[in-house]
Design a protein around this ligand. Structure first.
Ligand code: SF4
Length: 356
């Protein structure tokens, strides 16, 4: 399990070999990852053979391809069968990987497939960073159409609440930035609002971006969608995000998932605009990728357009983000739900989107 060992301690896998072999191995794992250890050509055969069966800390349980090849999704299984999802999305000038920080999630957001199935376990730093390495190695071998062949952006928006697994996420960030040489400004950590974690991240030395999954602009509504809001209400979140801005000089972005009749009203737009102006934040609006067991449905596109226009008329920068992978189970937790059989076949996401 080479990725479960800190990159500075890889010598423990190389008994009897000179120390420069650790540097070579570290470069293969983090700078030029390959799918198969047999391709680490400058390492001796016995090392490659030993690594061959233990390179990745997970197995690939499922792979899906959507959006005419531009979106690729994996369901990995780690130790104790932990489900780990990662989604690779290609654009003309960048490639973004959305990764998981926990297997499952304890936050229980009502609109999220992961939240509906509960918490399995924390992911280790090596399991988080291995998602990047695996996706990069895959991309190198199987490029996405009309996109660069290098991962340029990473978002912690897959399964799990990153700031509820702080020490492992911190170590994964360190490896991505210091060992993989991915620019901190190209990494975004997304949170539903763990206030102490936001403040801790603000005090770290890296300029990583912070995205706050807000989804409701008053405590009354937010508590019904995001239960952790009872512990960390919106006022505390605004203070923590302002602290982040002060420490990093980087604006926090606000994520807003549109749900029909729930948070797509002019009243919510007005309150959201007040928060966004106070934080000088950009608002990213996406439409709900509906989950099999959740009650909410996406807003119609006219409502989405009106909502964004309303925000803009109130002086807020707002962008609509296309939802990738609607032809596959690309929203957080959906592929896991399908593969692990928690969801009746007639309720899988494909059948729901087909009947809409
Ligand atoms: S939206 Fe994020 S924090 Fe909420 S349940 Fe899903 S994975 Fe967890």
């Amino acid at each position: 399990m080479a990725y479960l060992i800190p990159p500075e301690q890889l010598g423990s896998l190389l008994d009897g070999h000179p120390t420069y072999r650790s540097n070579q191995l570290r470069e293969w794992l983090y700078e030029h990852p390959v799918l198969d250890a047999a391709d680490m050509m400058n390492l001796p055969l016995d090392v490659r053979t030993k690594l061959g069966t233990s390179l990745w800390p997970f197995t690939v349980d499922a792979e899906q391809v959507g959006d005419a090849g531009k979106t690729r999704k994996w369901l990995f299984r780690g130790d104790k069968d932990a489900a780990i999802e990662a989604v690779l999305m290609g654009y003309p000038k960048r490639v973004t990987l959305c990764l998981s920080s926990q297997a499952g999630c304890a936050m229980g957001c009502t609109f999220c497939a992961t939240g509906q199935f509960g918490f399995e376990r924390q992911l280790e730093a090596g399991e988080i960073v291995a998602q990047v390495a695996y996706a990069q190695a895959h991309l190198q071998t199987y490029p996405l159409p009309d996109s660069p062949n290098r991962i340029s952006n990473i978002v912690f928006m897959g399964m799990g609440e990153p700031l509820a697994n702080y020490s492992n996420v911190r170590e994964a960030l360190r490896r991505m930035i210091d060992v993989m040489h991915i620019g901190a400004r190209h990494i975004t950590v997304s949170t539903v609002g763990i206030v102490p974690g936001i403040r801790k991240l603000a005090d770290e030395p890296w300029q990583v971006g912070l995205a706050l999954s807000l989804h409701a602009a008053d405590d009354e509504l937010r508590e019904t969608l995001v239960p952790i809001n009872r512990r960390y209400p919106i006022g505390d979140l605004i203070d923590a995000c302002a602290y982040y801005f002060e420490k990093k000089g980087r604006r926090v972005s606000l994520e807003w998932t549109m749900m029909e009749g729930t948070n797509d009203t002019p009243e919510q737009a007005a309150k959201l605009a007040d928060i966004a102006r106070e934080l000088r934040a950009h608002v990213n609006v996406i439409n709900l990728n509906p989950t099999p067991l959740g009650p909410d449905r996406p807003s119609d596109m006219l409502t989405v357009e009106d909502f964004i226009a309303d925000l803009r008329s109130r002086g807020v920068a707002a962008t609509f983000r296309e939802t990738r992978g609607q032809d596959i189970d690309a929203a957080c937790g959906q592929l896991r739900a399908l593969r692990f059989g928690d969801v009746p076949a007639e309720l899988t996401i494909q059948s729901i989107t087909k009947t809409q």
